[in-house]
Design a protein around this ligand. Sequence first.
Ligand code: TXA
Ligand code: MG
Length: 330
Amino acid sequence: MNTALGTTILPAGEAATREVARVLGSGGLVAFPTETVYGLGADATNATAVAGIYQAKGRPSFNPLISHVSDLDQARQIGVFDAQAAALATAFWPGPLTLVVPKTKDCPVAELATAGLETIAIRVPAHPIAREILKTFGRPVVAPSANISGHVSPTSAAHVESDLSGRIDLIVDGGPVNVGVESTIVGCFDEPVLLRPGGLPREEIERVLGRPLVQLPHDAASDSVQPLAPGMLASHYAPRARVRLNATTIEPGEALLAFGSSPPPGASNAAAVMNLSARSNLAEAAANLFGYLRVLDARQAHTIAVMPIPNEGLGEAINDRLRRAAIGRD
Ligand code: TXA
Ligand code: MG
């Protein structure tokens, strides 16, 4: 075992797998090999751990993440598979294919991991080390590529180390991975859509479906794309209520999304109050963001007033998401 700035690096094996399960179970971050690229994993059901991923990667926005599971049975606990989705899962899992399907009603995956969406991206990786880890841990693991945001995806433990050393708890070294590009992402909507080309060729998917995949003009997973048809793409979660940002006073009847320990004038007349983090902790605020927006929206106030949130670290991603919520559905 060697350590650099608090990040432990372990050679893949039984001892490493046990340690991974322990670290994930206590909310830590672990990089491990999948057949496509190294992933940065966290317990998908632990919102604070998920917030840690965005923090470690320095992501300025909350992209929804892929939940990794060990098999189709486990996938069915978090996502709803119609005949078409089940056919793709049966044909290509384990493997470099991610399926976007509706969430189950009692889906235990944190709202932050799906960025508040009603759909969830699920993958069963084929790499033996990833499979061992997922089987041993037993819960879904969210894992984006294990690199700093904007850097190329890592295909070796050394790549991960150079980007994330000192920012994550553990790296499992399983040698170089062989696909080297991310999984192909298919949206299992009424018309199946190729959301991201990747390690599994489109033609193979179309052969199983018996029909062509709808192709998007650009990288559909990026925020800059115009949806081809309503509902086909992952539209951003937006509350029904109006969202008023940087609120320093609260009007009677508004719902208040608070941050920090000093409520603004008028807070006592708010229709409802949720505090993202009374101790001004941005990771805690990120973990609570989507859930609290939903809670306040359900209270039927016409407006959700949001206190100012510092625009540093995870605050950047929180403010990005709140600005989108303020604009409405896009
Ligand atoms: O090969 C891979 O897929 C790797 C390994 C580690 O598994 N992971 C990976 O994750 O590439 P990431 O976070 O870099 O990419 C996830 C993509 C993002 O483009 C995101 O927008 C999309 O999946 N995504 C996640 N949930 C979605 C959803 N509900 N609807 C549409 N797109 C979704
Ligand atoms: Mg990536």
